[in-house]
Write a protein that binds this ligand. Sequence first.
Ligand SMILES: Nc1ncnc2c1ncn2[C@@H]1O[C@H](COP(=O)(O)OP(=O)(O)OP(=O)(O)O)[C@@H](O)[C@H]1O
Ligand SMILES: [Mg+2]
Length: 340
Amino acid sequence: MESAVLRNASVFDDSYLPTDIPHREAEATDIAHEMKMFAKGYPARVIIYGPPGTGKTTVMKHVASSFQSYSTKLVYSNSLLTNTRLGLFSLICDQLGIMMPRRGISSDELISRLRESAKRILVIIDEADSLKEKDLLYALAKSKETMGIEIGFIAITNVPSFLAMADARLPALITKRMEFKPYSPAQVRDILFERARLGLVPGAFDENTIGKIAGFASRHMGNVRLAIYLLMLSAKHADSADRPKITLEDVEKAKDGLMAGLLEKASAKLNEAEKKVLEAVESLSFPTSAEVEERLAPGMSPRTARLYLKGLLDREYLLSEDIHVSGGGRKRVYRVAYKL
Ligand SMILES: Nc1ncnc2c1ncn2[C@@H]1O[C@H](COP(=O)(O)OP(=O)(O)OP(=O)(O)O)[C@@H](O)[C@H]1O
Ligand SMILES: [Mg+2]
């Protein structure tokens, strides 16, 4: 049966590449500039940091798709898939069209083939925190001296302390650091509206529903991936009730579903009390430990709540961050870590 809500489901896929990427114009210009300068002969050893779902991969792919150069080859690598030096060099050879013998090949041999190709190579290393070899970026930074071929990199990460954890010699060699700041609620709303226009039947959504979803994403550091996913779940919820329009209740139910999914995945590993703590964090907006404790009282003692908070944080069900409070000072707040 045809859906009265959904027009094009593919725009909700994570692999969907939007043609427009609003609110990231400055970042796209900066990245394009780095690529152009590399093609002109300058080094590029760039680190991009930003929380999940803030458009890093999307912007990068967009800029890369319009990059053109005779001298320079761009290579995109995701470290979740390619996380060793040999893996990365094989990928580069592959994308340069260099044939590889079936018997396998050593990294030295790979490098000499790369050198013959006489191209400058700029690798985009996405999810760089998943690299297995800690000195890989350092090796690339030194590639001109050690391999006779310059390999620039743009490494993308959502670990703030990425450089501090990397090879100690690396930070001094970085030519540029960029940060993708979390989207504001208004920016998330803009992006969601556009996606809704593309994917949903006109009239199936309005200011209120989109605003509510945007508010949810804002509590998760402007994670647009989460927002888009919740929009799709909300549409699905309305659809399954045979309603042509998403209601606030659909959004609420979809959000519960998201939480339930997380709890279900975790159910074997979390006890009832831990689940309660997770739910309390979700129901509040960036709560402090004290606020979570208050929500759980009197059923749970503050001390127990604190212990569970810490345990959930250590096991990455929760994330915490220190934020500035008006009038100076800082406070530590918590949010649920949805792994999408
Ligand atoms: N400015 C934007 N305009 C339109 N869509 C966006 C924008 N920013 C992000 N998105 C969408 O949000 C989703 C997540 O974006 P993306 O994958 O680029 O995030 P990321 O920063 O790479 O996250 P992670 O750190 O988890 O890899 C994608 O579906 C993307 O299409
Ligand atoms: Mg990404």
